[in-house]
Design a protein around this ligand. Structure first.
Ligand code: C2E
Ligand code: MG
Ligand code: MG
Length: 748
């Protein structure tokens, strides 16, 4: 051995059997494979003799033999991983060897295999250009290649083969990493991501995908779970890591997760990738490729890249979570509910049903008891729904106080839904009976989308809230068309308001005992472009539901105050102007200050303004309502309760309200003329007396009603008998010529 030879120290000649050769052979990585192509049998023998005991870079040599160019061609097409080809230049023909070189590179596509050309005839040297073109390592005459020189030449060639392979693996690995980052980011679930990690890692290691990935952290509240598994581990998916039967595999993964470190063993690679806090993962892939044969920095890059992917994945999961989960109750939200209905529709069974359950008066509960109480009430009620309806029902929160339910028709029945109410849930250890309004829609038409069905159920819920509060409504196609025409009406109302096509009619109010004018009520009117009048009973509820009533009411207040000021300034009358106020307006922020502002701007005196509210003020809660009324009355503004007796306020509630006047609804005045039913107007009148309130009767259409009401003690009245509601010009005319006393009204 020559000491100047740079490869001399890498050569090692061994006599005994290589250890663990069997195991290595299984994975095809324990030998350098050398193909000897020569038509001279002796050359084969001599080469074997020279190289047989050589060991290079930890591997022994394995020889394949071809005795003709023809035989070589067949071998070259079937064999891969040939480190070196020792090739005789002249065989069947003088060109056979060189032609074979072309075949090796261009037909068999063995780009990395090294080629050493050997020739028996010194004169037959290939051109320099040929050597370069075909990437040939060495060209020697057979006589030149002594035992030692051959070994040196083979060593150099194999070293070069090894380097080429490493470079190749790195290049492929990098390509895989780039690919992996791209496609793993697209995959949405953790399972798919982890499955992708095994595949990519196995590809980088050049082994079959046989491994598993474990995750620990805040993903699923489970401590340490197998999130992907392939090959012999496939059955372990979704199991706790503790259940992995192989001690070595289990321990390797635990160690990686605990230490946050990757590890390359002789027969496995364990990669750690994760975050300091939150989710972390470790992948185990069984592989006999020794770590030094793969650039370990490649694995680090892979692990790093996977950490970034994982972080993105967690982020995406959180974003998704935020988009689909209601933060307060941790229930699926409206968006998720719609998606779930859509999924259910695609596998449509006629029995699926959507239900909406709306907690009645929830905003009053919030106002009265505070938001913490309201939140707790929703939580308790959601739990109650789950328990009473069972696990077949999918529960979501679709609006602040509305739950969406999806389940079998025989479970989501009106009876079962009704039973969920009238049951006390515990809120801060206090029983609270929840009243609900519900709607049911059977998914009997899969041409509708999930969003359509939720809309249909919402239409039924609105219906129920209008007509059946505390009850339920089942969706029908009629409802949808009604709802469409309401939407059309609202759009027209918006337009009419914008185009000043609304005006106010005023209806005088008189003292029933003296006939003197005491006030007038402002009543909103809408005349459409084609001159048709639309009744307030039709459009006011729509304006209330849409919130338009707030600006509409503000305009009524301003206009009525301005007109009243004109009436007073013209000396036509000195009395109050009664303006109807919706509970939606009362609930809108800054209502009281706004009334005071309008009043001040109009120059009206506070006692010249009265606000008519309805019993629905109860929705605000007794304390909030009373405090608001107190503020108005403290400013000198009178408050009357309109349509009394038609709402649902209790007497004790009424007693707490600071009021000036009760208005008896027209329905009770009509009854006066009917046999046997005049009692309610009388009772309301007496109640007014007891509470020390003025009592005004609406809808007096004849002198008899006037007289009857007066005789039962009712103080005041309004109605067609006195005057129909009049536009401003007509009102001014009426005021100027109005009857001055009861006899001028024809009463005695
Ligand atoms: P309301 O406040 O109880 O108004 C009295 C209603 O009875 C008015 O109907 C009036 O025209 C009608 N009326 C008065 N006297 C007689 C009578 O002798 N016979 C009959 N048959 N009807 C009589 P209108 O103007 O259709 O208003 C209906 C309801 O619309 C009002 O009931 C009120 O609740 C609401 N409304 C009207 N204008 C406004 C407004 O500016 N704001 C709000 N929030 N609601 C309004
Ligand atoms: Mg009124
Ligand atoms: Mg009324």
């Amino acid at each position: 051995m020559e000491s100047s030879d740079p490869d001399a120290d890498l050569m090692e000649f061994v006599d005994d059997e290589p250890e663990a050769a069997g195991a290595a052979l299984v994975h095809g990585a324990g030998f350098w494979r050398i193909l000897i192509i020569d038509d001279d049998l002796d050359v084969h023998q001599a080469t074997l003799f020279s190289l047989e005991s050589l060991q290079l870079f930890g591997r022994r040599l394995q020889f394949l033999h071809a005795y003709s160019a023809q035989q070589a061609r067949q071998l070259l097409l079937t064999e891969s991983d040939l480190a070196l080809i020792l090739l005789d230049v002249v065989m069947e023909t003088p060109e056979a060897g060189l032609e074979l070189v072309d075949f090796i590179r261009n037909t068999a596509h063995l780009k990395n295999s090294r080629i050493v050309l050997r020739t028996g005839q010194p004169g037959y040297a290939p051109e320099q250009e040929t050597i370069l073109r075909y990437d040939i390592n060495d060209y020697k005459t057979k006589s030149e290649l002594t035992h030692h020189k051959l070994a040196t030449s083979v060593t150099a060639a194999i070293r070069s083969y090894q380097q080429l392979c490493v470079m190749d693996a790195n290049r492929q690995g990098l390509e895989l990493i780039v690919q992996a980052s791209g496609c793993l980011l697209e995959t949405q679930g953790l399972h798919m991501f982890a499955g992708g990690v095994i595949t990519q890692l196995a590809a980088i290691l050049g082994t079959s995908p046989d491994g598993l990935v474990c995750a620990q952290g805040d993903w699923s509240n489970q401590q340490c779970t197998v999130v992907a598994a392939a090959g012999q581990f496939a059955h372990l998916i979704d199991q706790p890591l503790e259940t992995v039967p192989n001690d070595h595999v289990r321990q390797s993964l635990f160690t990686a997760l605990q230490s946050g470190q990757s590890h390359h063993g002789t027969f496995e690679t364990v990669l750690y990738f994760g975050q300091k806090e939150g989710l972390s993962m470790a992948a185990y892939v069984g592989s006999a490729v020794r770590p030094r044969e793969i650039d370990s920095s490649l694995l680090s890059v892979f692990a790093l890249n996977m950490s970034v992917c994982l972080r993105n994945l967690v982020l995406m999961h959180r974003l998704q979570n935020d988009a689909y989960v209601d933060p307060l109750l941790r229930l699926p939200n409206r968006t998720r509910f719609i998606e779930t209905i859509s999924q259910r529709l695609s596998g449509a069974t006629q029995s699926d049903t959507v239900a909406l359950v709306d907690v009645d008066d929830f905003s009053a509960v919030n106002d009265l008891m505070g938001h913490a109480y309201g939140d707790e009430l929703l939580r308790a009620f959601a739990n109650h729904l789950v328990h009473s309806l069972g696990s077949d029902v999918y529960l979501a929160r679709v609006a602040s106080n509305t739950f969406g339910l999806l389940g079998p028709r025989d479970v989501l029945t009106p009876q079962r839904l009704a039973a969920t109410a009238h049951h006390a849930v515990m809120v801060f250890e206090q029983p609270h009976v929840v009243s609900v309004t519900a709607a049911i829609a059977v998914l009997d038409d899969s041409s509708y989308s999930g969003a359509d069905w939720l809309k249909n159920a919402s239409i039924a819920l609105k219906h129920a809230k209008r007509h059946q509060r505390g009850g339920y409504e089942c969706y029908s196609a009629d409802m949808a068309s009604q709802s469409r025409s309401r939407a059309q009406l609202l759009a027209n109302l918006h337009q009419a308001f914008g185009e000043d096509r609304l005006f106010i009619a005023y209806q005088p109010q008189v003292d029933l005992h003296t006939g003197a004018l005491i006030g007038m009520e402002a009543l909103l009117r809408w005349r459409t472009e084609d001159g048709q009048m639309i009744a307030p009973d039709q459009f006011i509820p729509i304006a209330e539901q849409s919130g338009l009533i707030v600006s509409l009411g503000d305009w009524v207040l301003q206009t009525a105050c301005r007109d009243m000021r004109l009436i007073r300034d013209q000396g036509l009358a000195s009395c109050h102007m009664a303006v109807n106020v919706s509970v939606v307006q009362l609930r809108s922020p800054g209502f009281v200050p706004r009334v005071l502002e309008v009043l001040a701007q109009s120059g009206l005196r506070p006692q010249e303004l009265e606000l008519e509210i309805t019993e629905s003020i109860a929705m605000l809660g007794a304390d909030a309502a009373a405090s608001m009324l107190r503020q108005l009355r403290a400013a000198g503004i009178a408050v009357s309760i309109d349509d009394f007796g038609t709402g649902y306020s209790s007497l004790s509630y009424l007693e707490k309200m600071p009021l000036d006047r009760i208005k008896i609804d027209r329905a009770f005045v009509i009854q006066l003329g009917q046999e046997g039913s005049p009692r309610i107007a009388e009772m309301i009148t007496q109640l007014g007396h007891k509470l020390d309130l003025r009592v005004l009767a609406e809808g007096i259409e004849d002198a008899a009603a006037w007289a009857a009401l007066r005789d039962m003690g009712c103080h005041e009245g309004q109605g067609y008998f006195i005057s129909r509601p009049l536009d401003f010009v007509a009102l001014c005319g009426w005021l100027a010529r109005r009857p001055q006393n009861v006899s001028e009204y024809g009463l005695v």
